[in-house]
Design a protein around this ligand. Sequence first.
Ligand SMILES: NC(=O)c1ccc[n+]([C@@H]2O[C@H](COP(=O)([O-])OP(=O)(O)OC[C@H]3O[C@@H](n4cnc5c(N)ncnc54)[C@H](OP(=O)(O)O)[C@@H]3O)[C@@H](O)[C@H]2O)c1
Length: 172
Amino acid sequence: MILVGVLMNNYPELSGRKILITGATDGIGKELSLMFAHTGVGLILHGRNPERLATTLKEITEETGNPDIQTVIADFTSLTQVKAMAEEIKQEVAHIDILVNNAGLYPKCKVITEDGFEQTLQVNYISPVTLTLALLPILGGKKPSRIVNLTSIGHCFVWSNIRDSQARFFGG
Ligand SMILES: NC(=O)c1ccc[n+]([C@@H]2O[C@H](COP(=O)([O-])OP(=O)(O)OC[C@H]3O[C@@H](n4cnc5c(N)ncnc54)[C@H](OP(=O)(O)O)[C@@H]3O)[C@@H](O)[C@H]2O)c1
């Protein structure tokens, strides 16, 4: 709790803020969640796997003592789940100050989702855009919000593949 106080004093602009981080159960998203949790800011952590999300919540809560962390679940290969998650958040939260679109994957093989998209395109791009658009009513307004999109230089290499549904080569 002393650490939370110190960090909050160092980041007074985060006081009373709410941050949504997608893909909070691993990698960059998990580290970012831990870092923000130390400041005492209100967090919404997203995951696709309930067990991994519960473990992440437990670890971050125990390490930081931050009492203001909630979780939401959606598999980004399903736009139905992404939209349901956005509705759930809008029911519970009046405003999001920072949205971090971090969830992403880099698969070895080509998989088409229930929505008919190649899964990298859907999880890394279409679902974050869908989530962001659905959350617009609680982003911005009188209080400005920030949207952070994590991306990859890999986007430079995919266009011919995406446009050619018959392409034999697949790279995540
Ligand atoms: N690390 C790099 O070098 C690098 C380079 C370029 C770009 N990026 C971008 O940075 C972001 C984070 O990368 P990272 O390396 O930290 O990735 P990571 O360690 O693999 O973590 C990815 C996160 O996204 C979640 N996720 C994966 N598939 C999902 C799905 N279908 N629905 C919902 N959530 C899903 C994962 O959930 P689970 O825990 O359940 O798997 C995990 O929480 C990604 O957008 C990635 O494209 C990373």
